[in-house]
Write a protein that binds this ligand. Structure first.
Ligand code: FE2
Length: 368
């Protein structure tokens, strides 16, 4: 760690701003296997919004909805639809982190603030990131409550423990941001300059991304490698840009996908599919070339093909991944489920493999 780094311990939580937090909590609980652990709202004397805290492993999501148009963020619902509002980072010293970030050019949203209740003191501050997304700096060393002042443990009558099934997700692997065409380097520099991140150069940083995926991507990491943020921008290519579509529907830059890690992707994806989570379809032809492309892996390829799980390899190992369809009506935020076996890459080899698989299927149909 250089002296310029703001000491970041890791990701504390993600705050989603949504149209109906009560129903989103049901979705993330019953489909994605999160436990709902805390609530803030009218019953806990929070007048402006309802908030639900969800947890699975080390992953914490907060789902918040405004209770009226006077909520300072209520415009987000019309503008962006449901999406990630804040990526909260745990720090040793909120005031120092905020001061350093502002000195290095970050935009301030909320100066260092202490919230207090009978469980102690919760400190936070907020800076701007891409689009309307923000980063909170959070310190909860002196707080012993369930999440933060204002939040209370969920009423035990609310959900039946019988209906709760975790699916094996344990941590956030990476969070991807989509930014406007030509802005990727600007945001890479923001993370380097303001937060002391470094750019992660991996073997898959080649032109395949432009040729096959219609996007350009660079990865920054911080917090001793515990925080990884790939940044995408649209690129001119053979295919229409999925990033452009996101930017059109989200009305600007924002979080595109959140990759959640599991130690058993087959079990996790089986459980998610059972819970009606929809995943992107993978052409059968993708698996024809898999043994040749990937070599020996522990998993059974027929089982991976059955579930639509993708595999990529680099010189350090391999990884398995799968992408959900967008989880709201707009084609914006989606999730990735990932299991790593040594590989530190993000699966760019799959862009080319998927593209070629689609072409092989077209060739079979005589439509190429
Ligand atoms: Fe990803």
């Amino acid at each position: 760690m250089s002296q310029l780094d703001i000491p970041l311990r890791g990701i504390d939580h993600l705050r989603f701003f949504v149209g109906n937090a009560r129903q989103s909590a049901y979705f993330y609980r019953n489909a994605f296997g999160f436990d709902v652990i805390a609530y803030a709202g009218l019953e806990t004397k929070t007048r402006h919004e309802a908030g639900y805290v969800l947890r699975q492993g080390d992953i914490t999501f907060v789902l918040a909805s405004p209770l009226g148009p006077e909520h300072p963020d209520s415009y987000r619902i019309v503008q962006h639809g449901d999406g990630v509002q804040d990526i909260a980072l745990q720090v040793d010293d909120v005031a120092a982190a905020y001061r350093m970030a502002i000195e290095r050019g970050a935009g301030g949203v909320q100066p260092p603030t202490l919230l207090e209740d009978e469980h102690g003191v919760y400190e936070y501050a907020v800076i701007r990131a891409y689009g309307d997304t923000t980063h909170s700096f959070v310190n909860r060393d002196r707080y012993r409550g369930v999440f933060a002042p204002g939040y209370k443990p969920l009423d035990p009558d609310r959900y039946s423990p019988r209906t709760f099934e975790p699916v094996g997700l344990h941590s956030i692997d990476h969070i991807v941001g989509n930014v406007e065409e030509g802005k990727m380097d600007e945001w890479v520099h923001f993370y380097e300059r303001v937060l002391g991140f470094s750019q992660l150069i991996s073997f898959d940083d080649k032109d395949i991304s432009t040729d096959y995926s219609a996007l350009m991507s660079k990865v920054v990491q911080g917090g001793g490698g515990r925080i990884k943020f790939p940044i995408n921008e649209p690129a001119k290519s053979r295919r229409r840009s999925q990033i452009e579509e996101y930017l059109n529907f989200y009305r600007g830059p924002g979080v595109q996908h959140i990759a959640l890690a599991t130690d058993n992707i087959i079990e996790t994806v089986r459980a998610l599919r059972h819970n009606d989570v929809s995943f992107l379809r993978v052409p059968r032809a993708y698996y024809d070339m898999l043994p040749e492309r990937i070599g020996l892996i522990e998993e059974n390829i027929a089982e991976l093909a059955d579930l639509g799980i993708l595999v990529d390899r680099d010189d350090e190992g391999y990884m398995l991944q799968i992408f959900t369809k967008p989880v709201e009506d707009r084609p914006t935020l989606f999730f990735e489920i990932i299991e790593r076996h040594g590989s530190k890459s993000f699966g760019k080899g799959n862009f080319k493999a998927l593209f070629e698989a689609i072409e092989r299927e077209q060739a079979r149909r005589g439509t190429l």
